[in-house]
Design a protein around this ligand. Structure first.
Ligand SMILES: [Zn+2]
Length: 92
């Protein structure tokens, strides 16, 4: 059985969100695309995630967000992120 390629399935799944958001480097995008061409398991997973993301974006575009809600969500996210950062060793 030939090696699928440099990326393992676990790595592909981990990078899938960023891949679908086109947030990976061109090199990583290529590696993922290559993996998805030869690995049916990851290809199915990618298609599923892609359809879920698409559906979510369409729904978000259709509903009108109540004023103030977006800011509240952003603040909650920022707080959650700060909380996570406190568990990590300081970088500076
Ligand atoms: Zn795979």
């Amino acid at each position: 059985m030939p090696a699928i390629d440099a990326l393992e399935c676990a790595e592909v799944v981990r990078l899938l969100d960023d891949y679908l958001d086109r947030e990976l480097s061109p090199g990583q995008m290529r590696l993922l695309e290559k993996h998805l061409e030869v690995c049916a398991v990851c290809a199915v997973e990618a298609r599923f995630e892609d359809s879920v993301l698409r559906e979510m974006r369409e729904k978000l575009q259709r509903i009108s967000v109540p004023p103030g809600l977006e800011a509240r969500v952003r603040r909650a996210l920022a707080r959650a992120r700060l909380g996570e950062d406190n568990d990590r060793p300081a970088r500076e």
